[in-house]
Design a binder for this molecule. Structure first.
Ligand code: FES
Length: 278
């Protein structure tokens, strides 16, 4: 009788080969020196990944796969982790080998439901021909300005109630940077109004934690993420947990129709920061 023999590799040999093989893409020396020059003295910490990605995107208008691999090596992170973060945000442009860099200027037109209802489709259709080949026009998910629909963003400058003419005018005038919102309260102004005093009192012990929690609870403040959970109760529950406690502050308003965080952050950011620190 013929016997079927299944060849089996020695397990140890396979593992050995795997260990010797480089993980992910090989790091290009030139890309590495470019990333190192860009990062300068910046600490090589993985929690600064987004800041590093912004530096590369701003300098090269895109994130090449070579730069991503080099950044992963600099931050001692897996290439897949860096790629996952970079590919999550639509404002980062990942460019693979052989692909062209994006045009010098990008115009994003929100195609979320509020903007779609207000005519974003027509903008997306007409703007490429009006703006020409030097400007890239992309459809983008909600940019958190639903009350200004339809919204286009020229570079980083939002254009409320956008029309082809107003977008074209911003492009031609080179208006690509965002400007402070009307009524913006800066750091000096906030200090003048007594800003950061409560934080100082908490740090010095002049204000005890229980009184802060009690103030939160009696305020009736609730989260607006959908569940309406009482904020004071949440703080007390977290306080009762064993340390170390970590807090993630999420200010991404991805749901069309919500733009409350953006309004507060644009006008009174230090009140938000002080609350967060407390
Ligand atoms: S749907 Fe367009 S800004 Fe929100």
């Amino acid at each position: 009788m013929n016997q079927i023999v299944i060849p089996i590799l020695a397990v140890g040999a396979t593992r050995e080969r795997k260990r010797q093989a480089p993980k992910g893409r090989r790091v290009d020396p030139q890309a590495l020196s470019e990333v190192q020059a860009l990062l300068g003295d910046m600490p090589r910490r993985r929690d600064l990944l987004i800041e590093c990605l912004h530096l590369i995107q701003d300098r090269y208008r895109c994130l090449s796969t070579q730069h991503l691999a080099a950044l992963a090596q600099e931050l001692r992170m897996a290439q897949t982790e860096v790629y996952e973060v970079a590919s999550f945000y639509h404002h980062f442009d990942i460019v693979r080998e052989g692909e062209d860099s994006p045009a010098a200027l990008t115009v994003r037109v929100c195609d979320g439901i509020a903007c779609e209802l207000a005519g974003a489709g027509e903008l997306i259709e007409r703007l490429p021909a009006i703006l020409g080949a030097d400007v890239r026009v992309l459809a983008a998910p909600c940019v958190g300005r639903c009350e200004q629909a339809p919204v286009a963003v020229v570079g980083q400058k939002p254009i409320p109630q956008a029309r082809c003419e107003t977008v074209q005018a911003a492009v031609q005038a080179g208006e690509v940077a965002d400007t402070p919102a009307p009524g913006y309260l800066d750091h000096a102004g906030y200090l003048q109004q007594g800003g950061y005093q409560l934080l100082r009192q908490c740090l010095s012990g002049e204000r005890d934690l229980d009184s802060v929690l009690a103030a939160m609870e009696s305020s009736g403040l609730r989260g607006l993420g959908g569940a309406g959970f009482p904020a004071g109760r949440k703080w007390r529950i977290v306080r009762a947990e064993a340390g170390p406690r970590l807090m993630a502050v999420n200010i991404d308003e991805g749901e069309p129709g919500t733009f409350k965080d953006r309004v507060y952050l644009e006008t009174d950011p230090h009140r938000f920061l002080e609350g967060m620190l407390i």
